[in-house]
Design a protein around this ligand. Structure first.
Ligand SMILES: CC(C)(COP(=O)(O)OP(=O)(O)OC[C@H]1O[C@@H](n2cnc3c(N)ncnc32)[C@H](O)[C@@H]1OP(=O)(O)O)[C@@H](O)C(=O)NCCC(=O)NCCS
Length: 162
């Protein structure tokens, strides 16, 4: 499996992956537009997007976006993290996260900043995503009940870096 930066010509395959997994309740066109604007934003900030490729097929995606840049350091937000169903529970997402953090830190340091914190927002009913973030060493920092609906709260996970 190869991990590499997302390219503009990957957008259609990545939209299809996100739509297949149904992480967010958006149409194909809306997913395309959000990823395309993420892509443009990426070139102007520390943000990055990586894909996992297996036999020339994109099987995973991660976006790590610059959220805030202050003298105290950079705060990044884990945006998309998605792995094709056939490739789940084989550490693909963990490898994508570790590689994304390694590249983000390197890029930030090259520009004389440092990475302070990574945050990730998750649905309180999404136990898979919560176990995944806990497994990465992230901590549950905030929980807001009834955030997205009567049943669905918002949970914010954070990982601090020294
Ligand atoms: C969440 C997701 C990205 C995990 O991808 P993955 O490649 O299967 O994850 P990994 O194999 O690296 O799993 C690492 C750890 O996460 C946890 N985990 C992953 N999948 C899990 C599942 N189905 N149930 C419970 N825990 C799970 C486990 O702790 C696992 O460690 P283990 O293998 O030692 O048990 C994947 O399930 C996915 O794409 N889900 C749909 C999209 C989504 O929910 N994204 C996150 C919210 S936006």
């Amino acid at each position: 499996m190869k991990i590499r930066y997302l390219r503009q010509d990957d957008l259609c395959s990545v939209v299809a992956l996100v739509e297949r997994i149904k992480i967010i309740d958006l149409s194909k066109k809306e997913i395309y537009q959000t990823l395309k604007s993420d892509f443009e934003w990426i070139s102007k900030t520390f943000s990055l997007a990586l894909v996992a490729e297996e036999k020339e097929k994109i099987v995973g995606l991660i976006t790590l976006e610059e959220y805030e840049r202050t003298r105290q350091g950079v705060i990044a937000e884990l945006g998309y993290i998605a792995v094709d169903k056939d490739y789940q529970q084989k550490s693909v997402a963990t490898k994508l996260y570790e590689e994304a953090v390694r590249r983000l830190k390197k890029n930030i340091l090259k520009n004389n900043f440092f990475l302070r914190l990574i945050k990730a927002e998750v649905d309180s009913l999404d136990n898979t995503a919560q176990s995944f973030y806990t497994n990465l060493g992230m901590e549950k920092a905030v929980e807001i009940p009834n955030y997205w609906s009567q049943e669905n709260g918002l949970v914010i996970f954070v990982k601090r870096f020294n």
